[in-house]
Design a protein around this ligand. Structure first.
Ligand SMILES: [Fe+2]
Ligand SMILES: [Fe+2]
Length: 318
């Protein structure tokens, strides 16, 4: 029998837990590569949540009614909360939130490339909710069964909130599609703008995806990029019909043999360009994030001072 204290024995225990589809918790030993993969993925996810507040936050002051405004504020605040759960999940892996934010601000960690597109009309708020949050749900529901416990648990609540986000986006487009000719046109144009970028949210095709295979072996990822993209297209086609809007994809067609919709290929060159920092809003998003962080410095300082004072008071009382 091998000594249970050796790395070899620990690795074997870890492999057995993964094979049995058990959850890995922060107290458990885990291979370095598993820890690094999770930190990279959870950080990228957290960054996407907080950067994702910007395109829609941009419309809070111009929402067309009090009701729409209240709903949009709630949605944008949810995204801040998602960031919070996810940074906390990453912290259980031994990195600090400050450290991760520094990496984001230095451009050394990524966020989802979808948020580098501008929101040019109110209808874009609808299209983001319907398509972008819809793609996020498709990606994230399987993550509720991810092998790393804290990440899986964070996703359960996030997915519930994302369903509300998708619903509110659909509702915005539904109203516009039944409004004046101008409103209808505005809704259609926003769907034309966001359809392809939302398909890109699932990442490159499986044949070119660098991290996919290992993440699937570790039960972090349950389905491949292409499988998730297919699932998303199958979901949105009937929803587009209900909206009375057209998806801008001439290749879109029901394939009875496969039992799925066929669809076109996104422009992967554009995807790579946006990923490299050359999207329409990359620079603006990062500058805004850094400015918000600097402007919030006094809040962090005040929180630290308050915590120190409470500790001192407790000590004095003891
Ligand atoms: Fe979110
Ligand atoms: Fe969302």
């Amino acid at each position: 029998m091998t000594d249970p204290g050796t790395d070899e024995a620990r690795q074997r225990r870890f492999d057995a837990m993964i094979a049995a589809d058990e959850r890995i918790e922060p107290r458990d030993w885990m291979p370095d590569a598993y820890r690094r993969t999770l930190i990279r993925q959870i950080a990228q996810h957290a960054h996407s949540e907080i950067i994702g507040m910007q395109p829609e936050g941009n419309w809070i002051t111009r929402a067309p009614s009090l009701r729409r405004k209240a709903v949009l504020i709630a949605k944008v605040q949810d995204e801040a909360g998602h960031g919070l759960y996810l940074y906390s999940a990453a912290e259980t892996l031994g990195v600090g939130r400050d450290e991760l934010l520094d990496l984001l601000h230095q451009g050394r960690q990524r966020y989802s490339s979808i948020f580098n597109y501008p929101t040019v009309t109110w209808a874009d708020v609808g299209a983001i909710g319907w398509l972008v949050d819809g793609a996020a749900i498709t990606n994230q529901v399987p993550l509720c069964r991810c092998s790393y416990g804290p990440y899986a648990r964070a996703m359960v609540r996030i997915c519930k909130e994302e369903s509300f986000h998708q619903r509110q986006g659909f509702d915005i487009l539904y109203s516009l599609a039944r409004g004046t000719d101008g409103q209808r046109r505005m809704a259609q144009e926003s769907v034309d703008r966001w359809y392809w970028p939302s398909l890109m949210m699932f990442g490159p095709p499986d044949s070119e995806s660098t991290h996919s295979e290992r993440s699937m072996a570790w039960n972090i990822k349950r389905f491949s990029n292409d499988e998730l993209r297919q699932r998303f297209v199958d979901m949105i086609v009937p929803q587009a019909e209900a909206l009375g809007l057209t998806l801008p994809d001439p290749a879109l067609e029901w394939n009875a043999e496969r039992g799925h919709y066929d669809f076109g290929t996104p422009d992967w060159d554009e995807f790579m360009q946006v990923l490299k920092g050359n999207g329409p809003c990359n620079r603006q998003r990062l500058e805004h994030r850094k400015a918000a962080h600097e402007e919030g410095a006094w809040v962090r300082e005040a929180a630290r001072a308050h915590a120190a004072k409470s500790r001192a008071r407790q000590r004095a009382a003891a």
